[in-house]
Structure formats: structure tokens, C-alpha cells
Design a protein around this ligand. Structure first.
Ligand SMILES: [Cu+2]
Length: 313
């Protein structure tokens, strides 16, 4: 079964992966066996009972109890096995262990934000300790998203105005891909993140130093770093090309035309407002799809981004 998993499924990197795969293989195997059996029976019967002569008459058959009971009872047993097995997995996935480490997850079109206990926020990077249950408490800032880590075999819808949660325990260190699996707009396919699984001590060191390194950086360097860390490049280029949003090249200090015809010079206040309240002023020719970074970026970080944007002339 493990060979089969390696062949057709992503690596098993959480405590529930093996059980989930076993059920998956059971359903697939039974379906294949039934498919082959039924196909052979259809071909054989159409040959055996074919019309041989002009006066062939179909005999009148009302029923066959043995046959009818077996084609009802056998599928019933199979379905009950799948139900019981699936229910056990479902209960396991919904009962969070007491010592779970909690991370708050916010889905935004089109990025994932992870808020840690110490206030640090990472974008599109989820850091977790290995061999420890982790619970994600999730919600969306805009539309429906769905959080999916194939390697861990966990997936849960992420909704606006309501919390959902899921938990997993990673069994090995390394990186795994995180997908959004609910179509959520133009750049849905860019809504990718990575789960980094660390040794327990490494995770604690990461948590302590995350954000602290920012203090040593000069503002322009930090701004560039924040633009990449916060997934701004999903929608903004720095080389003049047009993505979902306007390019950052030459933005600072230039005159911008809004969709209501208003003309504004892109100064510090305009950039700051664009980051915290992106939908107050919409640039002409673009859609109001930028997520708000209120609660994600603090004043110092916004200053650094402005400093960096100034250099892109
Ligand atoms: Cu999404």
C-alpha cells in the first residue's frame, strides 16, 4: 500500500496521511474490481444471450431472490465499511489534541497570512514545529477560500465572517506546498504558500528571531524584503510590466488618475492609504482587488516600503 501511495499520491508527511491513503486505496481498489467484474459480465451476457434465430423468445422471469439479496447486501456492507472508516477519520480530524500549537490564518485575495502568538505575521509562509499538533484557526477577509496541504492530507474551507479550523501533526521536517482550492478570482492560482516544518528548538528560535532581524536592516533593504515577504509582487511588478495592479516602477511622485477622474500625486500619504485602505481610491483601469494590509504591516514597515518605492524610478 505504501508503494502504491508513493506512486500516485504526494508524500505522507502527517500523522493522518497513512490512514487517509489506506481508505483512499480501499475505495479505489474496490471500484476497480467492481468495474472489471461488471464489464466482463456485460460482455459475457451479451454474447451468451444474443439472438440466435428468428423464433428466439425471451423467457418470462419475475425475480431471483438469491441474486437480488446479494446485489443489495454486498454493496451495503461495502458502503458501511467506507462509512465507518470515514467517520473514524472525520472524528479524528475534528478532535483537536489539547496541547496543540495555535496559528491564526487569514485568507485574502490572493495570499495567506499567518499570525503567531508573539504578534509576528508571515505572508505565504507557515512555520510549524515537527511532531507537535498544530491547530489553524482560519477566516477570510473577502471571499471563500479553501486551505489545503496535500502532503498532510488536510483541507478546510476558509469563510468570511466565520472561523473554521483544522489541525495536523507533521511527522518530518521540510517544506510542503499549501494551495487555495476554492476558485477565488483572477489570481487564484497564485494563491500558493509553503509550510516550513522545523525541529522544535529551531521553531522556537525562528519565532524569537522572526521580525527581530528587521530591526537591523536599513529601511530600503527592509522595504524590498517586505514587498517580497508580503506577496506584493503577485500583483505589482517593479520593472514596468502590468500585472493585476500597476507597476511600482516610477510610481512614487508621479501623477495618478483615479477611476472617478480625480488626479493625485503619489506621495507618502497616498501610498500609505493605498496599503491600509486600498479600496478608498481605485486607480483608473484596475479592479478593486488589493487586500488591505491593516493589522499586517505596522508603521515602521510601511515607512520602509515607501522608502523602497522611492528608489524605483
Ligand atoms: Cu483563494
Amino acid at each position: 500500500m505504501n508503494r502504491l501511495s508513493e506512486f500516485m499520491l504526494p508524500p505522507q508527511k502527517s500523522t493522518v496521511a497513512e490512514g487517509t491513503d489506506a481508505l483512499f486505496h480501499f475505495i479505489t481498489t474496490t471500484s476497480i474490481i467492481l468495474l472489471i467484474g461488471i464489464t466482463i459480465a456485460i460482455i459475457y451476457f451479451s454474447w451468451k444471450y444474443r439472438r440466435r434465430s428468428e423464433n428466439d423468445v425471451t423467457p418470462v422471469i419475475t425475480h431471483n431472490s438469491a441474486l437480488e439479496i446479494s446485489w443489495s447486501v454486498i454493496p451495503l456492507i461495502l458502503v458501511m465499511i467506507v462509512f465507518g472508516w470515514g467517520l473514524r477519520g472525520y472524528v479524528n480530524l475534528t478532535t483537536v489534541p489539547d496541547d496543540a500549537y495555535e496559528v491564526r490564518v487569514v485568507g485574502k485575495s490572493w495570499l495567506w497570512e499567518f499570525h503567531y502568538e508573539n504578534g509576528y505575521v508571515s505572508v505565504n509562509e507557515l512555520h510549524v514545529p515537527v511532531n507537535r499538533p498544530v491547530r489553524l484557526v482560519m477566516s477570510s477577509d473577502d471571499v471563500l477560500h479553501s486551505f489545503y496541504i496535500p502532503d498532510f492530507r488536510v483541507k478546510m474551507d476558509v469563510l468570511p465572517n466565520r472561523y473554521t479550523s483544522l489541525w495536523f501533526e507533521a511527522t518530518e521536517t521540510g517544506e510542503s506546498v499549501i494551495f487555495c482550492t476554492e476558485y477565488c478570482g483572477t489570481a487564484h492560482s497564485n494563491m500558493l504558500a509553503t509550510a516550513y516544518v522545523h525541529e522544535q528548538e529551531d521553531f522556537e528560535t525562528w519565532l524569537l528571531t522572526a521580525g527581530a532581524a528587521d530591526l537591523d536592516m536599513d529601511p530600503i533593504e527592509l522595504g524590498a524584503e517586505l514587498v517580497s515577504r508580503n506577496a506584493c509582487q503577485t500583483c505589482h511588478s517593479s520593472d514596468g510590466s502590468r500585472l493585476q495592479g500597476p507597476t511600482f516602477l516610477g510610481l512614487f511622485g508621479s501623477e495618478r488618475v483615479m477611476d472617478n477622474g480625480e488626479r493625485i500625486i503619489a506621495d507618502e500619504n497616498y501610498i500609505r492609504e493605498s496599503i491600509l485602505d486600498p479600496n478608498v481610491k481605485i486607480v483608473e483601469g484596475y479592479l478593486p482587488v488589493m487586500p488591505s494590509y491593516t493589522g499586517t504591516l505596522n508603521d515602521r514597515q510601511i515607512d520602509a516600503i515607501i522608502a523602497y518605492l522611492r528608489t524605483l524610478q
